[in-house]
Design a protein around this ligand. Sequence first.
Ligand SMILES: [Ca+2]
Length: 466
Amino acid sequence: MKRLITLLLMLLLISVSAGAMPDDFIAAWDFESFTDGKVTDISANGFHGVINKPSVMTVRPGASINGSSALEAAATSEMDNKMTAPGLGALISTKKALTISGWFKYEGTFDKERYFFNVPNTVGNAGFAASVLTDRKVKLQIRNAEDKLQALTTATAPVVAGEWFHYTFVVQLPETASGRGTLIIYINGEEVAKDTNINTAGLTTLSSLGHSNVNDDFRLGAQGSYTFIGSSDDVKVFGRAVTAQEAKNLSRLNDPTVLEEFKIGEVDMLGLENIDVSSPKEQGATYFSNKFPLRGVQIRFSENSKQRISTLTVNGVEVPKENYGDLQINMNDVVVFEYQGDEWEGNDIYYYKVTVKGEGIIFSDIGFYDGQERLTSIKPGSITAKATVSSSYEEESEVILIAIKRDAKSKLIKGIYMDAAQVKAAQNAQPSVQINVSGEESCVLELYFVDSAFKAFSQVLTLAGE
Ligand SMILES: [Ca+2]
């Protein structure tokens, strides 16, 4: 069994990794948080983004394609309206390949070349850079060891003002000084331009780019007055060339975390009034049932959502996830489920709270028993069929127990067993019958409760042989 589970887990991991986002970025900004007033670099490297002109470049909540925060650059004639990442260029300069990806929405006019990003060369000009041109084409460029511009431009004019696109820009330098480099542009996960014959003139690492000024060696959104106008989000820098599949994965949107199912005993709780609360101290919803215990809790999130925490408690005690399916919820239990979405969704925790109450004539612990042991299959001997019955009504009700023994094959009735009991508020009853099953007998047992006014009835419980 253990080996089978291991195998299943391995298969699961393999299938997940095929669709996974690469996460070995050397710097990345999702614009969801700040560190000492800088845009947090979500890699471990601490290249936090410095916004050069906060009056015209801001992080705006809700502005991104996925509803999260994005970096927004206003239409402005200001020079150097950019975010820098001090020190990143020095790391980039050691790499033989580089990928820069991100979501961008251009919102300016196509009046001049405007830069998505630039890793400047040693004199501060556009070194390794990508831009949108006046004809709405996209350009990716690198300066070679002779400071000569080598550029790759898309054949079509894909940029549409006001629309989000995902861009992945790749440079791969040659192994040897006599080799040729590669530039690739992916838009929305598709390769739209590629040149494997880039004359790098001996450049085999990005060493002649960047670190002319270590505080300004990676520029997001501007090269001088050639400023990008619009929004950007999920900008990631990799110290290698990503694969075509990875470029596709990077272009996938973050999926919001949505709780799609919260069932107790097969009944969906999400439709209940006041089920979502802002704190577990609030009252929450009340769910009325007349059959206890409710068996099993089912939780399901929307596809691809990546919640950080999810916790189920019953009467304040946390339930391990592997026990959700077997959980028994009894009358007056308080069930709270809480979760927190992926990081880009912010740090809010969502709470769902329901108190389960009994209403009407309530049937608890319906079952076939051998002494105290609840049977899951027929065991020859004297079997007790019973339930605990209670009521929320002030007036007395009468409850009838009906048990039936059938032939296992023909289904013909071989015996009928009945009992009756009176219940009212604060007065439980335990109707029961004894059923004798001989060792040679092949039969099934059914058990059912109904009140004499037919206002309430239990489910039919069936017990068969092994
Ligand atoms: Ca974001």
